[in-house]
Design a protein around this ligand. Structure first.
Ligand code: NAP
Length: 244
């Protein structure tokens, strides 16, 4: 049976590294992105040149329910039924204390980082009638809290951890596994959105392994949890945060 994976936010960063990794394992891929069509198209071209798999890119804002429904319908039509899902799209907003946060900012973080994961899980589970696997990308922030930087983001990732636990129990008897990866301090553009492009290098001396992580190191953990090698793992997490 074909392995058809949807990676939300698959155009850049950890999502793009995961796409490359899974293409090498023979998955057919649907790469979702929000704005950056050029990066998504370039990655599709690269993967199709290097691997014998089908790879498509679909624009959709996964924080909007109608767009999630359209994304899955487009994947059904162009790639085939989903067997694996990587919920990865997420945002970080500029660093500030909780005392300064507006409701608009908090809601934007929660809708983009949490509601989108719920909606994509819903659409995937509806289609995974023969079983399947879901990996939700959470964050070490869910354990650490991100004080003085973005507690709203950390809270959104805490909600993801609870989604993983609860949904894994709801769908285990259907042969669907739901797990999480909690990266921390990975070199991607996300830290620029958070207002500090050099954040990983500033923090790295406080990380037990004394360095930031690469997106490929997160991709490997995602790929293992998706794979049949993880067939008895559900409702669980891999921390990829250099020991923090
Ligand atoms: P990134 O480099 O900023 O890439 C974010 C990706 O998400 C892009 O493909 C972006 O699409 C997409 N995206 C954002 N909002 C979207 C929306 N509403 N609908 C559809 N796509 C959307 O981020 P990253 O660092 O790879 O992060 C990926 C995941 O890892 C996130 O969930 C993040 O919270 C988590 N994480 C990252 C780190 C880290 O240190 N980097 C640590 C812990 C957890 P466009 O390119 O079109 O904008």
């Amino acid at each position: 049976m074909n392995k058809n994976v949807l990676i939300t936010g698959g155009s850049r960063g950890i999502g793009a590294a995961t796409a490359r990794y899974l293409a090498g394992q023979g998955y057919h891929l649907c790469l979702n992105y929000r704005h950056d069509k050029a990066s998504a198209d370039a990655l599709v071209a690269e993967i199709q040149e290097q691997h014998s798999v089908t790879c498509i890119a679909v624009q959709a804002d996964v924080s909007v329910e109608e767009e999630v429904v359209r994304l899955f319908e487009e994947m059904d039509a162009r790639l085939g039924c989903i067997t694996h899902l990587v919920n990865n799209a997420g945002i970080l907003q500029p660093q500030m204390r909780v005392l300064e946060m507006s409701a608009e900012r908090i809601n934007k973080t929660l809708i983009t980082n949490v509601t989108s994961y719920f909606l994509c899980c819903r659409e995937a589970v509806r289609r995974m009638t023969g079983g399947g696997a879901i990996v939700n990308v959470s964050s070490a922030a869910a354990r650490l809290g991100s004080a003085g930087e973005y507690v709203d983001y950390a809270a959104s990732k805490g909600a993801i951890d609870v989604l993983i636990k609860g949904l894994s129990l709801e769908v285990a008897a259907q042969g669907i596994r739901v797990n999480g990866v909690r990266p921390g301090f990975i070199y991607t553009d996300m830290h620029t959105d958070g207002g500090e492009p050099g954040r990983v290098d500033r923090i790295k001396s406080q990380i037990p392994l004394q360095r930031g992580g690469q997106p490929t190191e997160v991709a490997a953990a995602i790929a293992w949890l998706l794979s049949d090698e993880a067939s008895y793992a559900t409702g669980t997490f891999i921390d990829v945060a250099g020991g923090r």
